[in-house]
Design a protein around this ligand. Sequence first.
Ligand code: ARG
Ligand code: ZN
Length: 870
Amino acid sequence: MKTETPVVKYLADYKAPTHKIETVDLEFHLDDTQTQVFSKMKITPVNGNTLELNGEELKLKSVKVNGEEFSNYKEENEILTLTGLPSEAFTLEIHNEINPKANTALDGLYKSGGMFCSQNEPEGFRRITYFIDRPDNLSVFTTKIIADKKDYPFLLSNGNLIESGDLEDGKHFAVWNDPFAKPAYLYALVAGDLAVIEDTFKTKSGRDVKLQVFVDKGNEEKSHHAMESLKKSMKWDEKRFRLEYDLDIYMIVAVDSFNMGAMENKGLNIFNSAYVLASKETAEDRNFFGIESVVGHEYFHNWTGNRVTCRDWFQLTLKEGLTVFRDQEFSADLNSRSVCRINDVRNLKAAQFPEDAGPQSHPIQPKSYIEMNNFYTMTIYEKGAEVIRMYHTLLGEEGFQRGMDKYFELYDGQAVTTADFTHAMSVANDNYDFSQFRRWYDQAGTPVLDITTKYDEAAKEFTLTVNQSTPATPGQPTKEPFHMPFLLGLLDSAGNDMTLALKNRDDQNDLDRGLLHIKADTETFVFANVNERPVASLNRNFSAPVVLRSDLTDEDFVFLMANDNDDFNRYEAGQALALKNIHAMLKDENHQVDELFIKAWGSILNDNNIDEEFKAVCLSLPSMIDVAATIDIPNYRAIHEAKDKLFKLLANTYKLELASIYNDLSTERPFKVDAKAMGERKLRGFVLACLSTVEEHKELARECFKYATNMTDMMNSLSVMVNENLPGCQESLKEFYDKFKDQTLVMQKWLSVQASSCDDTTFDKVQELMKDEVFDMNVPNLVSALIGSFARNKVQFNHESGRGMKFIAEMIRKVDAINPQSASRLAGAFNDYRKMPADLKEIAKAELTAIVESDKTSKNVYEKLSKTLN
Ligand code: ARG
Ligand code: ZN
């Protein structure tokens, strides 16, 4: 039984720190199991002479105040409390010991392969030494690292290298100083025997910045794409946001064992190697894209996160929502803007909407947490980015950029709140009124817009009635209406946008941009001079992150698919139609798929005026999660079968056209990593998946695999073979393994594709793969690739026998003992607990209750699963 319930932290309890650590000089004597840490801090008291320092898993050796031994302290509940301290500035020296090798949680200082590295956001630094480990304590850090020279030729920390040299016994040292005061979560240390590639970037003011990417030896050739992405990021931020880099050196280090994607430590980013390493033989296009966007994301944090940081962790979206918005814009400026937007929204709907509709639902600015690591969520990040995007839509690019300039003018060098961001946006734009808009920070749940339309032929008027509502979420039974920017167009029968004129309202000013403001529960907009019945294109570009329900007809959707001047809505219209058909198929096995839809799908397929990638996304069917979203108790197997049936029908109807597109795209062409080439490979992969369901093309995937010269084609064909159980599947898996078994990133793909198959053999397969030498439970990427993929495999996780969820419950327990963050992510598989059929729910309940009640369960898993059961 759990003996004590973990402590809940509340935003409302925020208190300013009692002391400020002005400077800290750290000295590390690196050792696998007994690293010595000496910390010398210059501290200014702000309020009182009792100081509480955070410290976890530390062995305290000595404490000195102003150079004298000090014993007026006690250590309790991971807090070191020092009392009777001087009321003037003083120095505090602490010596403690840590065990990096035992740190399988990968939080604080740990070992990844042979190297030392660190991850301190949000609260890892307290596992290195005693500190005021909160983001509103900004200190200047100096670090001396001492280690064996042969094993650790590179010794890195934040800022500039100011000294280095040899010591006796084969040791050496390096001293780094970061002139920018920063919170401890941005601190980093790396020591290892690495390879490095170098370049330089000349900033807009003419300074040369040295750029370095550190990787395991032998991976140099795979790090150029990351380096190129870094240079593009630096250039883009100067151009679009006027932001220049501020140190003389920028380092990226790739590590194999990492809990998240990457970390923006000042001047020394540490990356999951999955977001650094890429070659055409080992990385898919989505990996190339992901590297560009994550390198950009971490770089953009230098201003939005580091120069202006968060006052407390409840403000996380201040830096994450904003930085995701910035990285999305970066990707959109460098690639196809429409496709980027479609993919971002697809991602939001597939992962954030369900989060917001389930037991973990929280506002982008949460009000409480037990374990902060549980709040690096789709909501804080992706919905947070949607909220920033809404400022952008409301203010326009110019107004938004004025707000950004104001933000840095007011808050550079400070730790601030989301309200400060809103303030900057407002004062830079004639005191724009964001008071109602602020509800986006406080209310959870995805708002629903119910829209009805009416055309009055005689009066030439078109009326749009918009009703908004937001479902209850944990702790928030009722909601106030949101202020949302709603972009719309009215199309005439030729497909042109009509000029908009509102009859009943005076807020006409944004109409030329097609922008309506939705504020009240119910809004009515009457458009005048509408000479024919228009087709309304609603919520263009997904301007408000909502669920939309409207009275548009199937004919309207078909019209929008073909004619909308907003690419996002062309895509969305197709999704809406597909979704309608899948729902109808679920209700009635004999449902005849709508001819209209089949035709419209074919028109997109045969349209020579749309580029390949846009075509591929428009033709893709809605995800299982999209389908399940509106069903109380979804039957995932049935959803899978319905989707499958529809997919086969479309593929068979258009098999000739598909085959001809496939052939066109199969002509030899040089490998490039640009939007055009990636789009072509994406469409080719999509068409291959279609054709593989057609009897006469069952051998095609194996062919494609055999002659593939890049990983995108290889994985596209391999996943089709695995999912459809096609001829050549087993040989291909074996060949793939033999070729890549020494490359863990590629093996992650191999594990994941097998664990994702809906086939009933997958369960046994996963048990077998866990014993394979390429698998390692200590590495989060591998846990996610194999066990995580199975946990996300809706059909197999929800297997009627209960074996899928029992297995994942067991894995949560096992992984939790190693790495609570990794385990907590697996626990997300139970988020649709309340939507499970009764017998499965019974099984889940027993498993989850046992975990929640166990004394061994981490705070991370406890918080997630106790909310799930609630
Ligand atoms: N700030 C990082 C990023 O978004 C994420 C680090 C979070 N790490 C964690 N262990 N929760 O770029
Ligand atoms: Zn981030």
